[in-house]
Ligand binder design. Structure first.
Ligand code: NAD
Length: 252
């Protein structure tokens, strides 16, 4: 099988959207999944976990702000004490604050980079020691097609730059921890119908873009989730340092 049952998997930003589907897919693959999200999303995160445990699956929640070093350390510490150290980390939490570059304040820029890039570093750094000690681990970052193209519009430099940074982080960690049985990859989703996307782009613009795709439809969160579960499996041990596009052919 593509996964080993019972592995402990932390998915950040999993109270809704793509992260929620990733958490669901891991739970259904037999993992114990921990839904990490901001304290403000605690009720939604709890509802997702309750839905999974209601299916007879194994799931819990943890309050987590990926931009806050202490919060990340506390969350990983709590998971480790209660169920064991995370063996799979899915760095999914992300935000988008589109604005023309000349109207982007340093604070807005820093906010996006803090969640999308620094957050992935902090969560990886917190989980890597136990993965290294165990001689096995999986880190899967969620990047974006925006890491290398801007087909929707050119008003999201902070987002594009933060997502491109994930490529460098992924390559470096893959080299640094490859001999420790840890693979590090990222998934670059295309156009996925979530709150983040709807808030970032006008519906008409999205419809035009989706119409241009070879597949002619939005990429489903479940399709991102299935890729993440595959990358976390033992069968994917030779895939590392890779950015996997799951985007309906968004190249044209
Ligand atoms: P979403 O806004 O629906 O969900 C994001 C989740 O992250 C929310 O639950 C939010 O509370 C959480 N979050 C935000 N800041 C956080 C923080 N500091 N700490 C912890 N959690 C935090 O977004 P989504 O569309 O599901 O996006 C998930 C990931 O997929 C993001 O990394 C996003 O950039 C990426 N992505 C999305 C699309 C798309 O089309 N929707 C395309 C490419 C990449």
């Amino acid at each position: 099988t593509a996964t080993t049952a019972g592995r402990i998997t932390l998915v950040t930003g999993a109270a809704r959207g793509i992260g929620r589907q990733i958490a669901t897919a891991f739970a259904r693959s037999g993992h114990h999944v921990v839904i990490g999200d901001l304290p403000a999303a605690a009720d939604t995160a709890r509802a997702v976990a309750d839905g999974l445990t209601g299916e007879g699956l194994s799931a819990g929640t943890v309050d987590l702000d990926v931009t806050d070093e202490d919060s990340v350390a506390a969350a990983v510490g709590r998971i480790t004490e209660t169920v064991g150290a995370p063996q799979v980390l899915v760095n999914n939490a992300g935000i988008s604050r589109p604005a023309p570059t000349l109207e982007t304040s340093l604070a807005q820029w820093n906010e996006v980079v803090a969640v999308n890039l620094t957050g992935q570093f902090l969560c990886a750094r917190a989980c890597l020691p136990a993965m290294r000690d165990a001689g096995w681990g999986r880190i899967i970052g969620i990047s974006s097609f925006n890491a290398k193209s801007a087909p929707v519009n050119g008003d999201n430099a902070s987002y594009a730059a933060s997502k491109a940074g994930i490529t460098g982080l992924t390559h470096n960690l893959a080299v640094e921890f490859g001999r420790d049985g840890i693979t590090v990859n990222a998934i670059a989703p295309g156009i996925v119908d979530t709150e983040l996307l709807r808030r970032a782009h006008p519906p008409q613009r999205l419809a035009e873009l989706v119409d241009r795709l070879p597949t002619g439809r939005f990429t489903l969160p479940e399709e991102i989730a299935a890729t993440a579960v595959f990358l976390a499996g033992d069968v994917a041990a030779s895939i590392t340092g890779e950015i996997v596009n799951v985007n309906g052919g968004l190249y044209f």
